[in-house]
Design a protein around this ligand. Structure first.
Ligand code: PEP
Length: 250
């Protein structure tokens, strides 16, 4: 899987142009689940454009309530009209908007109730990493985001391991390091919640400065099932190259 997180970029008109530019290249690549996550305001336009293509749409966040007096928020049901996926617990939401593990857990549950597949982001900060606390932080984020769920649905969640220090910095984690965190921390935490079979089958992406040059090295790691891509997903050529790398890496 390759998911593009556009963050706060592109008007609906600009999104339409960017996806138009991507389509020809993406149509020739097979065997990769491609997910585009533009801003809410571009979802309708992009959904029309990708209608007959094997490309999915995702939101970048949502609120856990279904409706009511929550000005500015958007519900899982609203997103599900256009999207199959939703990014939840992105570190930028945790950092800039104070999102907690408990809030992320409610969002994950609400998303699944509307058949949206959550892409749950977890990852340690530089400070936590340097203090040797990465494993504890990541394990806790996974556990606290998923513990409200029935065991049978945990396997429907996608986890994105995104070390905060690697996001938007051009300083990606090493593929081996990311692979090790997924194998030694994320999958065992899932196993504790839902059993070994689910832990092995759940999809885990890597995110953090993935680009056309390094993508393949991540995709060839045994524990890494794809990438969540920020900056490079805003460039049609770079994004296509990353999807191509996922396709050929097997
Ligand atoms: C992200 O925003 O999830 C991300 C991984 O960003 P970037 O690829 O720009 O580091």
């Amino acid at each position: 899987m390759v998911a593009g997180n556009w963050k706060l970029n592109k008007t609906a008109t600009e999104a339409y142009s960017l996806v138009s530019e991507m389509l020809t290249g993406l149509r020739t690549i097979h065997g990769v689940d491609v997910v585009l996550c533009p801003p809410f305001t571009a979802l309708y336009a992009v959904s029309k454009l990708i209608k007959d293509n094997d490309i999915s749409l995702g939101g970048q966040d949502m609120y856990w309530e279904e409706k009511g007096p929550f000005t500015g928020e958007i519900s899982a049901r609203m997103l599900a009209e256009f999207c199959q996926y939703v990014i939840l617990g992105h570190s930028e939401r945790r950092q800039h908007f104070g999102e907690t593990n408990e809030q992320v857990a409610r969002k994950v549950k609400a998303a699944l109730s509307q058949n949206l597949i959550p892409i749950l982001c977890v990852g340690e900060t530089l400070e936590e990493n340097e203090a040797g606390r990465a494993a504890g932080v990541v394990s806790r984020q996974v556990h606290e985001a998923l513990h409200l769920l029935d065991i049978q649905v945990i396997g429907n969640v996608i986890i994105a391991y995104e070390p905060v220090w690697a996001i938007g910095t051009g300083r990606a984690a090493t593929p081996e390091g990311a692979n090790m965190t997924i194998r030694n921390v994320i999958r065992p935490t899932i196993a504790g919640l839902a059993g070994e079979t689910t832990a092995q089958k759940i999809r885990v992406l890597y995110g953090g400065s993935v680009d056309a040059g390094n993508a393949r090295d991540f995709f060839t790691q045994p524990e890494i099932d794809g990438a969540l891509v920020g900056g490079a997903s805003l460039n049609a050529g770079f994004f296509i190259s990353i999807v191509e790398a996922a396709s050929t890496a097997g």
